[in-house]
Design a protein around this ligand. Structure first.
Ligand code: CA
Length: 237
């Protein structure tokens, strides 16, 4: 049997991230932060180069800008999805630019609106990679002690339904639908308090406190809901 001699450099242990972003300043800050967190980053400015990069070496995750000189990040995502289900994080010019329906159809794992903090992007990248590692190895991820009963608008703990108010239910349900996804207070406000536009950050914080107390009363860990400094909240697995 012939011995295969590879002259290629062995792939590094750092997860490879594809960054598709045409604005150099934004790309530079992300390259710096992701690099300093130990990721290997391949940066491309054009949709067609990103497609070629994916074909050449499949990254662990792709960060895709939506508005590109030669197309849309959505189209790149669609093409990537034809060959793999690698996690995708979108960068959008504004929160309302991101078409949630289209993003969900394409299987986007998350999105961040500009201007963003590079640290936030890093945290989201890590969270997505953790989630995808968990789903790739069923049984490896700890099972949440909570179950969403959407039809009955209730959340079940180990000893039955949690005694939540309508808003507490909506808040916990929002977190529970996407475990480990970090929701900003603004996002939670629009998801939970969509009928009360004068809600403030403090309203969100106060309700998180109430929900944590009810988790504890049900014999669960109140820290199931994690606080992320300057970013928001997530539900821990
Ligand atoms: Ca752009």
């Amino acid at each position: 049997m012939p011995i295969a001699v590879s002259t290629r450099i062995p792939p590094s242990v750092a997860p490879l991230i594809l960054l598709l972003e045409d604005e150099q300043a934004i790309a530079d800050t992300l390259l710096y932060v992701l690099g300093s967190e130990g990721f290997e980053v391949r940066h491309e400015r054009l949709a067609r180069d990103a497609r070629a990069a994916v074909a050449e070496r499949l990254p662990a995750l792709a960060i895709l800008d939506v508005g590109l000189p030669d197309g849309s990040g959505f189209d790149v995502c669609r093409d990537i999805r034809r060959q793999s289900n690698l996690p995708v994080l979108f960068l959008t010019a504004r929160a309302d630019e991101f078409d949630r329906v289209l993003g969900l159809e394409l299987g986007a794992d998350d999105y961040v609106a500009k201007p963003f903090s590079p640290r936030e992007v890093c945290a989201r990248v890590r969270a997505i990679l953790r989630r995808s590692a968990g789903s790739a190895a069923p049984g490896a991820a700890p099972v949440l002690p909570l179950r969403l009963d959407d039809g009955a608008q209730r959340i079940l703990g180990p000893a039955g339904p949690l005694p939540l108010t309508r808003l507490e239910y909506r808040l916990l349900a929002a977190l529970l639908r996407r475990p480990e996804r970090i929701f900003s207070r603004r996002e939670l406000m629009s998801m939970v308090w969509d009928d009360a536009p004068d809600t403030s950050d403090r309203t969100v914080d106060a309700h998180v406190k109430l929900v944590r107390a009810k988790l504890r009363e049900a014999g669960l860990d109140g820290d199931l809901i994690q606080t992320h400094r300057h970013m928001g909240y997530s539900l821990q697995r």
